[in-house]
Design a binder for this molecule. Structure first.
Ligand code: GLU
Length: 287
């Protein structure tokens, strides 16, 4: 099977050296395997994503020597797809409306020793649908709500297949099979109050739609694979292979972030850096 992989940035700021490292890692993996490289714009967050940052992504990646298949999938053009995916989960009775505010959730977690605020995606909350009448009244009042995936319902739906969920992690030292434990997320938000979807739903949906065989991304998203495997099982999507690469840090060992202006590819380019310099600095041979 031909390798298909993707770089999926969110245009919430300018790309920095850390993104260049990630993009080059993904691109080179495709090249080495004679596979396909896709670029996907993950811009479901309409308040944080800006068209000028999307433009900068194309410019920066082309400057680094990358090319990708077109048309590029831009998630904000496909909210209808994610709504349909959410509806499939609704029909299976796997999601419930959550009207609680972030503060209410945190207060509730603080009172409940079995819940935890220290989970990979922030607080792991487990709730339930409200009684029908109460829910109806809130909906009629126009109260905003998110959709949460009920882990308990997902367990019942999948039966023994839930406990058997795993993912394949390819590392430079070999291949590992990791048991998936999606319950570390509590009941995750699958559709946010503000945009009707979530990174998890949109990303898993698109990886399946685009026939991605290898999800190659930074290790900050490692834990997300646990949940993504569950979503793939619930939707009956194929299982990709995962490679979570190390994250680039600055001299002090701190992870590079969008706030580090000096390390943006645009700033580096404007200060006279050449793409070859960046490649060499990141440990890639010129192609
Ligand atoms: N859009 C995500 C980010 O910018 C990457 C998602 C992924 O590769 O799965 O961090």
């Amino acid at each position: 099977m031909r390798l298909v992989t993707r770089f999926a940035p969110s245009p919430t700021g300018l790309l920095h050296l850390g993104h260049a490292f990630s993009a080059l890692t993904v691109f080179r993996a495709a090249q080495e395997a004679d596979g396909r490289f896709l670029l996907r714009i993950e811009d479901i967050d309409r308040t944080r994503c800006k068209p000028e940052f999307e433009e900068a992504i194309y410019e920066d990646l082309a400057w680094l020597g990358l090319d990708w298949e077109t048309p590029v999938r831009r998630q904000s053009d496909h909210f209808g797809d994610y709504e349909a995916a959410l509806n499939a989960l609704r029909e299976k009775g796997l999601v419930y409306r959550c009207f609680k505010t972030r503060k209410e959730i945190l207060d509730e977690i603080a009172r409940a020793p079995h819940l935890s605020a220290e989970r990979p995606e922030g607080p792991a909350y487990v709730g339930a649908a409200l009684p029908a009448q109460e829910e109806r009244a809130l909906i009629d009042d126009g109260a905003p709500f998110a959709w949460r995936l009920s882990i308990e319902a997902a367990k019942q739906y999948l039966g023994p297949a839930y406990g058997a969920l795993s993912f394949t992690e390819e590392t430079p030292d070999g291949v590992r099979t990791v048991k998936a434990t999606p319950e570390i997320f509590g009941d995750p938000v699958i559709a946010r109050k503000d945009n009707g979807t979530s990174y998890h739903l949109a990303s898993v949906h698109d990886d399946a739609l685009q026939s991605v065989t290898h999800v190659i991304r930074g290790e900050d998203l490692y834990s997300a694979a646990h949940l993504h495997r569950l979503l793939q099982a619930l939707f009956d999507y194929p299982e990709p292979v995962y490679r979570h690469h190390r994250l680039l840090t600055d001299e002090t060992g701190r992870r590079l972030a969008k706030r580090d202006k000096a390390a943006t590819l645009q700033a580096l380019r404007e200060s006279g850096a050449k793409a070859e310099d960046i490649l060499a600095r990141l440990g890639f041979e010129a192609s």
